[in-house]
Design a protein around this ligand. Structure first.
Ligand code: PEP
Ligand code: MG
Length: 594
């Protein structure tokens, strides 16, 4: 019988497909039957992973040098012994061949057996060695998932060619959790939708999923264990539910709804070349947010007027070394060229929190509180060479078209002044090299730290423009980790504290004649368009997939009315009442537009 699991919607629409259940980075791996004759290939995958872990240990030994404490060497030696224990590796090989199953599954089964034996040992010290075995198993599993070292997910080749009882259906990704770096890899595969047990709507994983314009639901908590590999499922991102064990009548109901949505979407495309303007003639600029240079094509298709946020940090993920100046220059230049003269706002490296950049994190101890740690501009100022390399690359790309430079996580003017000095220094270096760049490049800041929003008057003199990063502004104002599904219900864009900060920043910027945009997820939410217009916002930056929807909202809004209504809403101090007042206002809009 069909069942449904509720979660938090992060994309729009409906996906009907078969589940590709992704193994998490723990010992909870699915069993996969292998074709006859493939057993030796699986064994070879196992051996290759063992060799990779061996190499990792060797590198660690070398990095530790000769002065290292004897205990550390002994630890590495012990792990190497465990790695080659025939009870683990040879027995796993036998299992693969006997049970005709994937290497990951066989390894975990073998580990469970060995662990049981350890549990029965009386000597406490020896019993604790079970943890060493587990660590080794996790390392091997990781190496199997990332055969090239940097990548954290390796999708089976079978994904493209897999046949089976529901081969007519596209794949839907089901996972316990997906890290942003993994999501980046998944962007290159065509899934019809995503569903994860963990996560919240403004985690970077969700943002990447949304940027694909696909239906997705996160925070499902229990879905992962309920869905079988290849099973037909439905993602309803309007209702925030995933349906499993679906039968033919349910499938046809959703097929009809899916077709209706496709018609509505294609109607929206008629707005592509219509200027975004309110009913009372206020022009609004709609920019796109990009995660990768390849997203530039989507931005152009959606008819956006430029790029309001290019998240450059994704260029640094899934690799062990940072991208070189040349590589970055090519990436930025390709976006500038694709945008054909429209402005491109490139945000400098915004590493940290849920965005792991291995070339940075590998050299540092894990912070006790990643969201508050040495990340983004703080890290760039602490690692000048890393920052200067990026600045030179951006400046060089500015010779090919209009670029604006955006600095993340600014908390006060001093950081901005230092960042500006470094831009000047990068310009001087390029001059010495006789390389072209835009000497009058605009330099702005993300306003996403409450301190920057509250003290915006002190910051504006050193900014050419401001961009409100509402995702982080909400996180830091409400003390809610935006990537933590357990507190996702407390993450509230409509908290009066958040709205007052946003309204005040927009007002201050407009008063001083400094361009201001919103590039957080709020800008792409049609339920918030009139509110933001009412605050005086005239630049919105969002995923290309949202641009036409937001344009539709603008076309049917009257700025003067929005301003009056927003002022009323802003006076409401109770979050629940404020939410209700906005919902009522939006209901009127739905009613008016039919
Ligand atoms: C934000 O914080 O709102 C933002 C746009 O940046 P990111 O989501 O990458 O932190
Ligand atoms: Mg941010």
């Amino acid at each position: 019988m069909a069942f449904s699991v509720s979660g938090i919607p992060v994309g729009r629409g409906i996906a009907i497909g078969r589940a590709w259940v992704l193994a998490p980075a723990s010992l909870d791996v699915p069993r996969r039957a292998i074709e006859s004759g493939q057993g030796h290939a699986e064994v070879e995958r196992l051996y290759a992973a063992v060799r990779a872990v061996d190499d990792e240990f060797e590198k660690m030994r070398q990095d530790l040098g000769s002065e290292v404490a004897a205990e550390l060497r002994a630890f590495l030696d012990l792990q190497a012994i465990v790695l080659h224990d025939p009870m683990l590796i040879e027995a796993t090989r036998d299992r693969i061949l006997a049970e005709q199953c994937n290497a990951e599954w066989a390894l975990v089964q073998q580990y469970e057996q060995v662990a049981e034996q350890f549990d029965a040992i009386e000597d406490a010290y020896l019993r604790e060695r079970r943890a060493d075995v587990r660590q080794i198993v996790e390392r091997i599993l990781k190496a199997m998932r990332h055969p090239e070292g940097g990548a954290r997910i390796a999708l089976p080749q079978a994904l493209a060619t897999e046949s089976g009882p529901h081969a007519d259906l596209p794949w839907i990704l089901v996972a316990h959790d997906i890290a942003p770096a993994d999501m980046l890899l998944l962007k290159q595969h065509s899934f019809a939708g995503f569903a994860t047990d963990t996560g919240s709507p403004t985690s970077h994983t969700a943002i990447l999923a949304r940027s694909l314009g696909l239906p997705a639901v996160v925070g499902l908590q229990t879905l992962y264990g309920l869905i079988q590999q290849g099973e037909p499922i439905i993602i309803d991102a309007e209702a925030g539910v995933v349906l499993g064990s679906i039968d033919a009548p349910i499938r046809s109901i959703y097929e009809v709804r899916q077709a209706e949505q496709a018609v509505a979407r294609s109607r929206l495309t008629r707005l592509k070349n219509v200027a975004a303007q309110t009913l009372d003639g206020q022009a609004v600029t709609l920019f796109a947010n990009l995660d990768l240079p390849s997203d530039a094509a989507h931005a152009m298709e959606a008819g956006c007027q430029g790029v309001g946020l290019f998240r450059s940090e994704f260029l640094y993920m899934n690799r062990n070394d940072p991208p070189s100046e040349e590589e970055q220059y090519e990436a930025y230049r390709s976006v500038v060229i694709a945008l054909k003269g429209r402005p491109v706002t490139i945000r400098t490296l915004d590493s940290g929190a849920d965005k792991d950049v291995p070339s940075v994190s590998a050299n540092r101890d894990p912070p006790s509180n990643p969201a508050l740690a040495l990340r983004a501009i703080r890290l760039c100022l602490a690692e000048p060479e890393l920052f200067m390399t990026q600045l030179r690359a951006i400046l060089r790309a500015s010779a090919h078209g209009p670029i604006k430079l955006l600095i993340p996580l600014i908390s006060g003017p001093q950081e901005m002044v230092t960042a500006r000095k470094m831009v000047m220094a990068a310009m001087a270096q390029l001059k010495d090299r006789r390389m072209a760049f835009d000497g009058a490049i605009s330099i702005g800041a993300m306003i996403e730290v409450p301190a920057a929003a509250l003290a915006i008057d002190g910051l504006l003199p050193v900014l050419d423009f401001a961009s409100l990063g509402t995702n982080d502004l909400i996180q830091y104002t409400l003390a809610i980790d935006r990537a933590d599904g357990d507190v996702a219900h407390l993450y509230n864009p409509l908290h009066p504290a958040v709205l007052r900060l946003i309204a005040d920043v927009i007002k201050a910027c407009n008063r001083r004649g400094k361009p201001v945009s919103v590039c957080g997820e709020m800008a792409g939410d049609p339920e918030l368009t009139r509110l933001l217009l009412g605050f005086g916002l005239r630049e919105f930056s969002m995923h290309p997939a949202q641009v036409l929807l937001i344009k539709q909202e603008i076309l049917r809004s009257r700025a003067a009315d929005c301003s009056k209504q927003s002022a009323k809403i802003l006076r409401q101090g109770d979050p629940a009442k404020l939410t209700a007042a906005l919902a009522k206002w939006n209901q009127d809009r739905d009613h008016i537009s039919g």
